[in-house]
Structures are given as structure tokens and as C-alpha cells.
Design a protein around this ligand. Structure first.
Ligand code: NAD
Length: 507
């Protein structure tokens, strides 16, 4: 994270959202939001003051008193309206996202669309938040459960999906009857704010959705605030672990989706053309800045002979600004990210990996100051090398060799991360063995980026996740609610008294 800079004039300011109003922060600390293809300053984002964070939480707490009792159909209809508004404004949202984050316009639409799917799911909250009832658990006694909202919940989001990940959080939290305080990434908060404006237009009442901007201090204030009941975090493993520990200690329910190192196994019987295309799309799309990017390919047996073809295909991908038609690989989000990725490529060479394709310093006419790295491929990669041990979060694919499937599975299971993985094969038996034995949360079979749709939940595991429940789908309904069970008996005038019962049993 860049250090906050003193306030500047000229570029427009990103507003806070408190009690239904977009308000100018009184902070003295601001940071530029920068177009990563051009270095143009698009806006300035504040690091909210402690008073502003407290005001956001206080308004959310007040709004919870009425929102929690708002009829379920009324809540659901807001998300029906929101999904339509997002569709109507898709092009504008994608353009804003590309300007501040860098990904290509079609991929930016994909980012918004994967969030839109969660909004559609939130509109179905009536059937998702049903309780259960058991009739006659004892004589004349019924037991039923209700899923009640927790109160004020908070979300902290990363830079790489500034539309999808905020939409993983606030729609489901609010649809289940909670109120919300969102802390977007300070690197690209503009599209997130536009989505929140659309949510207000869709009918979210004042105080139900609030937004504060900032970095470490604001995140710590959210972790410590006694009126916040639950926190959903998505970001790096280092920050997520800190958030999990700090907020858990403060008694909150916490879920953290964190960093990754996703491996794909390529079996020699795989469909070669489809597999190479899938590998390249998943390794280099979004310039490798996806938590589900495939950053390691384990080539089994004769699949190792596919390296020249893979490299030749990678060479054809177009590196350019995300706004230019036909771009495959846009810029990295910041100058800091660029020097980090270039530094790791240097370390890969120093550690003895073979640089099959060097994407550093590509020529991008018209965008000389953009943060570009082209597709980069290393072979002969081993654990212990920085390019294997660290999440690069750039367009760098590491190739590893294995003799057979068991060896490839053991290799992946020895990596601490468990976010996503995939196998490419035409053998049902190999795919089934992989599905059974691989210790990773999200598994693709000839699907390179197996992020589940919201009928299911995001299911990263091991070092990629802290907390039990996923950030959308059925699991998140449980995350944002507490289960209350009611055991009830009703007497009518003709009921005969059973006398005093001094046992634990229900009669
Ligand atoms: P990040 O951890 O730097 O930032 C995430 C959030 O934490 C931001 O809102 C940021 O303001 C805040 N933050 C940053 N430094 C902090 C600190 N020291 N203390 C408290 N808060 C701090 O992550 P990023 O660079 O924005 O995003 C990339 C990372 O997110 C990658 O590791 C990627 O794998 C991960 N990610 C994971 C998933 C998933 O579902 N598992 C999805 C997307 C991204």
C-alpha cells in the first residue's frame, strides 16, 4: 500500500456513504486513484477519520432496528431492482472499472456480471432464509428454528475484483436483514461507489449500507468496533490473518478469503488445443491478478513436450491498455505491483528456473508509462524458489514436471494453499481420482477457473481461507444469521395437567 499523501486539489474526491448520504470526508490524508495504463490521476480517496468510521457504524446500528423487521419480500424486491440497474449501467460500470483497475473491458464486464449473479441470488432471499420445523417433538410440542440477522456487519475488499467482491458481501448481508459498513480497496474504489449509489437508487434505506474508505487504520477500527458483529474479508493472506486474529479476539464472527497458488495438472491424454488455451487464459487473464489464476501447471509425462507450443501461443497474446480492442493482457494495478512482479521474475532467474518467455518491459505504443508485464513462462520450477513459494499476482506461469498423476497430486497437496485447482484429462478415472484425493477447496475438471455460481458457495480451503463458511451462496446465509430454536407448547382449556415435571425430558 502506498503511504497516504497530503490532500491535493483538482481531481474529484471519492465520497463516504453515511446514513444514505454521499459525504465529503474531513480527513487530512488522501491517496490518488490512478489509471494503471496511463498514470492519470482519476480521483482522490480519503482515509476516513475515526469519527467518520464511528458515524458509519452508529447509523448502521440505528438503521438495524427497523431494517431487521422489514418484510422479507420488501427486502428481496430491492435486489430485483438493483440487478436491473446493474444491467442497465453495465457499460458505464465496466468502463469505470477498467479505468481504475486496468483489466480489459470484456473482463471488467465479467467482474460486474459475477457480482450481479449474487444480487440475483439475494433477490431470492425468501426461500434461502427459511427455518425448519419439527412437529410433535413431544406431546403437543413443536420445535422450530429461525435464522435471524446479526446486526451491523462489515466487509473489507481487495483491489482485483472491485465490483464482484463488494457484491459478494453487501447484498447477501442486507437481504438477510443486517445493516452494513463496507471498506473498499483504496486502490480502485470508484466502481464500488457507483454500485453503492445504484443500491441506494434501488431503495436501500438510509443507514442500511454505509461506506468508509481507508487502509490499515480503518480496517483496525472495524476489527475493534464493539457494535460490529461480523466481518467478511477478502484479500492477501498476511492482512487476512491479521484481520481474523484481531476481529476474533474482539468477539466477532469472521470469514477471510485469502491468497493462493493455484495448480493445474495436465495429463498427456488431455485435449491439447483446449488445454493450452485454458491454461493461457487462466494464467494471463487479468494480468494474473486473480485469486483463482492458474499460476502453476504440473505437466505429467509426455505433456512436458507441449512447452514449445504453449510458449508460442503465449507470445501471441496482446499486451495493451484494457480499453483497446483485442487486448488480452492489461496493465498491473500499480507501479508498486509492477516492480514487485519484475523483481520476482529476476529472482526466478537467480534461483535457477528456466525463463522460457520473458514478458518484462513490453512495447505498448501510446501507453509508455503503463504498468505492463507481458506473459512470462518459467520451466524447471521447484519449491524453495521465490516464484514458487510466493503468490506472484502477475502474468507469470510456472511449469513443473511430474512422472504420473499420483506424484502430481502429492505435489499440489504439499503446497499450503487450497484455493483452486484443475485437471485437464480425457480420462474419467483420472478426473475422479483427482477430485477425491486433491486437498483444495475448488476443483475444476477441464475448467481452469472453477469459481462456483451462487447456487453454491465459494469454497477455498487450507491457508487460503480462515473461518468455516463461504462468502456467498447458502453458506453465507448462515454466516450472516444466527439460528434461534423455539420449542413451543400451547394449552387449550381441555388440556389435562400432567403435574410437575422435574426431569429434563419433554413429556
Ligand atoms: P490486500 O490484503 O493488500 O488488501 C485487502 C484489503 O485490506 C484492502 O481493503 C486494504 O485496504 C486492506 N489492507 C491492506 N493492508 C492492510 C493492513 N496492513 N492492515 C489492515 N488492512 C489492510 O489485498 P489486495 O492486494 O488488495 O488483493 C490481492 C490479494 O487478495 C491476493 O492475495 C489475492 O489472492 C487475494 N484475493 C483472494 C480472494 C479469495 O477469494 N480467496 C479473492 C480476491 C483476492
Amino acid at each position: 500500500m502506498n503511504a497516504p499523501t497530503p490532500a491535493k486539489v483538482l481531481a474529484p474526491t471519492v465520497k463516504l456513504l453515511i446514513n444514505g448520504q454521499l459525504v465529503e470526508s474531513q480527513s487530512t490524508q488522501w491517496r490518488d486513484v490512478v489509471n494503471p495504463a496511463t498514470q492519470q490521476v482519476l480521483a482522490r480517496v480519503p482515509f476516513a477519520t475515526p469519527d467518520e468510521v464511528n458515524a458509519a457504524v452508529a447509523n448502521a446500528r440505528e438503521a438495524f432496528k427497523t431494517w431487521r423487521k422489514t418484510p422479507i419480500g420488501q427486502r428481496a424486491r430491492i435486489f430485483l431492482k438493483l440487478q436491473q440497474l446493474i444491467r442497465d449501467n453495465m457499460k458505464e460500470l465496466a468502463a469505470l472499472l477498467t479505468a481504475e483497475q486496468g483489466k480489459t473491458l470484456p473482463d471488467a464486464e465479467g467482474d460486474v456480471f459475477r457480482g450481479l449473479e449474487v444480487v440475483e441470488h439475494a433477490a431470492n432471499i425468501g426461500s434461502l432464509q427459511l427455518g425448519e420445523l419439527a412437529n410433535n417433538v413431544a406431546n403437543g410440542v413443536d420445535t422450530y428454528s429461525v435464522l435471524q440477522p446479526l446486526g451491523v456487519c462489515a466487509g473489507i475488499t481487495p483491489f482485483n475484483f472491485p465490483a464482484m467482491i463488494p457484491l459478494w458481501m453487501f447484498p447477501m448481508a442486507i437481504a438477510t436483514g443486517n445493516t452494513f459498513v463496507l471498506k473498499p480497496s483504496e486502490q480502485d474504489p470508484m466502481v464500488t461507489m457507483r454500485l453503492c449509489e445504484l443500491a441506494l437508487e434501488a431503495g436501500i434505506p438510509p443507514g442500511v449500507l454505509n461506506v468508509v474508505h481507508g487502509g490499515e487504520d480503518v480496517v483496525n477500527a472495524i476489527c475493534d468496533h464493539p457494535d460490529i458483529k461480523a466481518i467478511s474479508f477478502v484479500g492477501s493472506t498476511k492482512v487476512g490473518t491479521h484481520v481474523y486474529n484481531r476481529a476474533s479476539l474482539a468477539g466477532k464472527r469472521v470469514q477471510c478469503m485469502m491468497g493462493a497458488k493455484n495448480h493445474a495438472i495436465v495429463m498427456p491424454d488431455a485435449h491439447k488445443e483446449q488445454t493450452l488455451n485454458a491454461l493461457l487464459g487462466a494464467a494471463f487473464g487479468a494480468a494474473g491478478q486473480r485469486c483463482m489464476a492458474l499460476s502453476v501447471a504440473v505437466l505429467v509425462g509426455e505433456a512436458q513436450q507441449w512447452i514449445p507450443e504453449l510458449v508460442a501461443k503465449a507470445r501471441t497474446l496482446k499486451v495493451n491498455a484494457g480499453t483497446e480492442p483485442g487486448t488480452d493482457v492489461g496493465p498491473l494495478v500499480s507501479c508498486a505491483a509492477l516492480s514487485r512482479v519484475e523483481g520476482l521474475i529476476e529472482r526466478g532467474l537467480a534461483d535457477g528456473a528456466t525463463l522460457e518467455l520473458d514478458g518484462r518491459k513490453p512495447q505498448v505504443p501510446g501507453y509508455d508509462s503503463g504498468n505492463f508485464v507481458g506473459p512470462t513462462v518459467f520451466s524447471g520450477v521447484k519449491p524453495g524458489m521465490s516464484i514458487y513459494d510466493q503468490e506472484i499476482f502477475g502474468p507469470v506461469l510456472c511449469l513443473v514436471a511430474a512422472d504420473h498423476l499420483d506424484q502430481a497430486i502429492d505435489f499440489i497437496n504439499a503446497n499450503p494453499n487450497g484455493n483452486g485447482t484443475a485437471i485437464f484429462t480425457q480420462s474419467g478415472a483420472a478426473a475422479r481420482k483427482f477430485q477425491e484425493d486433491i486437498d483444495v477447496g475448488q476443483v475444476g475438471i477441464n475448467v481452469p477457473i472453477p469459481v462456483p455460481v451462487p447456487l453454491f458457495s465459494f469454497t477455498g480451503s487450507r491457508a487460503s481461507k480462515l473461518g468455516d463458511l463461504g462468502p456467498y451462496g447458502k453458506q453465507v446465509v448462515l454466516f450472516y444469521t444466527q439460528t434461534k430454536t423455539v420449542t413451543a407448547r400451547w394449552f387449550d382449556d381441555s388440556t389435562t395437567s400432567q403435574g410437575v415435571n422435574t426431569t429434563i425430558s419433554l413429556r
